[in-house]
Design a protein around this ligand. Structure first.
Ligand code: NAP
Ligand code: COA
Length: 264
């Protein structure tokens, strides 16, 4: 169940947004929130059918562009299309990612590299293309969807934790480098979000109840909770915020998080 929006429905009127990974899960939820608040939205992913289905759900100001974020030249062309179609690009959400559970000792070098390529290099490719094609001309906002995997050491996640650490470093570095051009760069680090591919792949069904009990807020998050933070960071409501990584995990990553049950 989604909570009613805390924001004005015209918050993004006249703005153009690009959402990578916008064909499914958290990215699609963010694309829907941006669209519902007035933005024109382009969703980007590898699978045209999935993107077309998302566009049909999102509404009249949504459009699809198939592209693999690992391919810098293809990303440049996709971003050029967005600017040609809509005349500008104001907000970029980097939500595309790949992940699976794998022990570090047996993960292949290519498996490690593949996740780094999608999450870190892909985020870089899209951010740079958007900066050069539009953001540097009129300012704008980038929101990277990170994670908390790298905060404390998450087993079977050496690839994704390393990739998201790079995303956080990129968030801070680009915030400094592109701040003078009026481009804000922030990140959201979700904990487990219910009803997503991420949870389906990474949290064995038998462990879910135990994991929820170890979260101070006692539940997994919702897609709309991540989307509303994204609305905040992408808008003028956050006009003096850049280089921030906003954790949205119900308190799970806090060292004392799993001991919350002591307060019962
Ligand atoms: P998801 O539905 O699988 O979303 C990933 C999206 O990325 C898909 O739409 C996928 O579409 C796209 N994608 C994958 N590889 C791509 C590539 N090379 N080029 C372009 N697009 C690509 O998973 P999700 O769980 O919603 O995750 C969304 C984001 O939230 C990710 O950044 C993830 O790391 C982050 N996150 C999720 C959770 C969670 O609990 N779910 C927790 C923390 C962080 P195609 O396969 O069609 O390309
Ligand atoms: N365990 C260990 N290694 C794995 C793996 C798994 N579950 N899945 C893939 N790999 C390895 C492959 O074996 C390959 O390495 P190799 O060449 O040494 O054998 C490497 O990763 C690349 O796999 P491939 O299937 O060619 O990659 P792809 O580019 O087609 O797909 C993935 C990328 C693997 C990340 C795929 O899972 C994907 O498309 N994910 C997107 C959706 C997603 O992950 N959502 C959750 C987001 S949190």
């Amino acid at each position: 169940m989604s909570a009613p929006s805390a924001f004005r429905t015209d918050l993004y009127a006249g703005k153009v947004a690009l959402v990578t990974g916008g064909g499914s899960g958290i990215g699609k939820g963010i694309a829907a929130a941006l669209h519902d608040h007035g933005a024109t939205v382009v969703v980007l992913g590898r699978t045209p059918e999935r993107l077309d289905a998302a566009v049909a759900e999102l509404g009249p100001r949504a459009r699809a562009r198939a592209c693999d974020v690992r391919d810098a030249a293809a990303v440049d062309a996709a971003v050029a299309d967005v600017v040609a179609w809509h005349g500008r690009l104001d907000v970029v959400i980097n939500a595309a990612a790949g992940n699976f559970l794998a022990p570090a000792a047996t993960l292949s070098s290519n498996g490690f590299r593949t996740v780094l390529d999608i999450d870190a290099v892909g985020t870089y490719n899209v951010s740079r293309a958007a900066f050069l094609a539009a953001l540097r001309d009129h300012g704008g906002a980038i929101v990277n969807i990170s994670a908390t995997l790298h905060y404390g050491g998450t087993p079977l996640q050496v690839h994704a934790a390393s990739a998201k650490a790079a995303v956080d470093a990129m968030t801070r570095t680009l915030a400094v480098e592109w701040g003078p051009a009026g481009v804000r760069v922030n990140a959201i680090a979700p904990g487990p979000i219910a009803g997503t591919e991420g949870v389906d792949r990474l949290v064995p069904a038998g462990l879910r109840a135990r994991l929820e009990r170890a979260i101070p807020l006692r539940r997994f998050g919702r897609i709309d909770e991540i989307a509303s933070l994204c609305l905040l960071l992408g808008s003028d409501a956050a006009s003096y915020v850049t280089g921030a990584v906003l954790v949205a995990d119900g308190g799970a990553w806090l060292p004392g998080g799993p001991t919350a049950a002591m307060a019962d």
